[in-house]
Design a protein around this ligand. Sequence first.
Ligand code: GLU
Ligand code: MG
Length: 654
Amino acid sequence: MGLLSEGSPLSWEETKRRSEYVRKHGIIQFINLYHKLRDRQGDILKWGDEVEYMIVKFDDGNKTARLSLRAAEILEVFHNEHDSLPEKDEARCLWHPEYAAYMLEATPGHPYGGLLAHFNVVEANMRYRREQAAKLMHPGERLMTLTSFPRIGCPAFTEPVHPTKPTSGATRSLFFPDEAIFPGHPRFKTLTRNIRQRRGEKVAINLPIFKDVKTPSPFVEDYLLYGDDGEARRAALPDHVYLDAMGFGMGCCCLQLTFQACNINEARTLYDQLAPLCPILLALTAASPFHRGLITDVDCRWNVISGAVDCRTRQERGLLPLGPNERRIPKSRYDSISSYISPQGEKYNDVPLVLDEDAYKQLSEAGIDPLLARHIAHLFIRDTVSLFEERLNQDDSKDSDHFENIQSTNWQTMRFKPPPPNSSIGWRVEFRPCEVQITDFENAAVVCFVVLLTRVILSYQLDLIIPISKVDDNMQKAQKRNAIQSEKFWFRKDITTSISPPEATCHCPVFPVDASSKLPSNCDVYAQMTINEIINGKEGEFPGLIPLLTSYLSGMDVDADTHCTIQQYLKLIQRRASGELQTTAQWLRKYVTTHPDYRKDSVISEKINYDLLKTIDSIQNGIIPCPDLLGAPLISKTQDSVPQTISKAECSAE
Ligand code: GLU
Ligand code: MG
């Protein structure tokens, strides 16, 4: 989530009073960075993954699975171990805090580089992280990669159990106690309090409930039982699962990737070219249909987090008339990007972009081009929501804390990252939409797929850009139940440019054209396609991303091991896209709705939750196969566990 400055957090009133100050200095810091680093060249491709985890505590006697609030304790051990490493030894992975007291985040110790052979170590590194964590787990505890915890916000979902305090503290949730927020750093509670106070009320997320045959209709809950003073009754919609805390969103886990580009222009290109892929990868990795012990009608976490950190006032959200110096803001600070920043993207910027006019002026006067100045001035419409006394006064020629303060609390699908001051790191972009998968194999497959896409986009100079409004549409479609099969997504029909090789060329006059397009000159550029068509291609119409990767790889010198690794990862993606294998969300739904205890009422009981998480844990450990999710198990009868991955012999036999 990005961790900044430790120290004494200011109250919301104090923070608000300094919002203009932070904005002004944040912009100066960006300008200084830009001038120092815009001509930086020759950085090499480096990339890394970030995986977020939950610590789950199983009680096999009582058949419960809860979230263990021991992340701070465990992190301290990791950090002490790391600090005591002899200097010559490099850590294989690094552990970081995350929003919740039950979450951990890990990255490889060092970024991976441009060699395809690095794909061979991704999964092993992920496995190593689990092994390392396993040593610190108490009996019954397991490190798990769940995007959402099915019973988050149910009574006693944490270990230890904490009562909620709806009238005091940072969250004031009816369901999510402050003790479930990471206690080891004041940032997380401060963000929670300030977001609520800036908004003027608690956050409110309403997810449509999955209506099963015995689900009450309309589905309405009595929040008085939880201590509601009327706010929940007003905010909750009938037939929806109502959530009222930042923790429901930021307490979800994801899989992110960061790429270092060779220079600023390549970073701007990558940012734009990857943006249209965000909803596609979100649908492909969908893994979070359950919240507060209920089955919802959505498959992804995105709108949950978006609502969970939505600090906009009622005026900004368009619910009340604007007062002086107020403006409407169409999106939450956690949302899909609102503008492209490369020359190819410029003409597809078709959604109105709210700018901080002073910031824009400051940036323009400093010689920053309009596309980039608009991007930064858009990020800077947000107020700081966490400010530490010790970090107020900074040297704008050396520090970048005020810039990072606003940048790191704009949680968008993509993030464009200037090099940190005085570091060897270059211009980077972060790819942020993916939901985390159950097994390291799947997570490594997603990582490998996205990294290869960046290689092929840059090598073939592909152009995937479609109007931003269409990417926004796709983000909403991607989250619907079963979107991977039932939705069609806007996608560019001809993604080749003059230098792309012939394999990449498509002949695609057949797709229907969007009649409502506001961009008449582009209206035959994009069309609606299924995820299967986008990923696997459609004869004579669209080449498909995987066939493009295959063609790219065929021109490369790849050793047998790496070839095998890549093939099995791409195969998983291919089969998920075609519907031959289930997405995590589909599999989770099926597990719960076919569980013998399930009463067809959309409720996930403690026992169902326990059985589900036990099963997931066994799948991740290779103890039981899961053909619906991973394909037919490749069992060698002599092994005592099922390998998640195909053996070398099997790979070359294909
Ligand atoms: N956990 C958040 C998510 O699922 C991401 C937090 C971060 O930016 O690291 O998207
Ligand atoms: Mg994170």
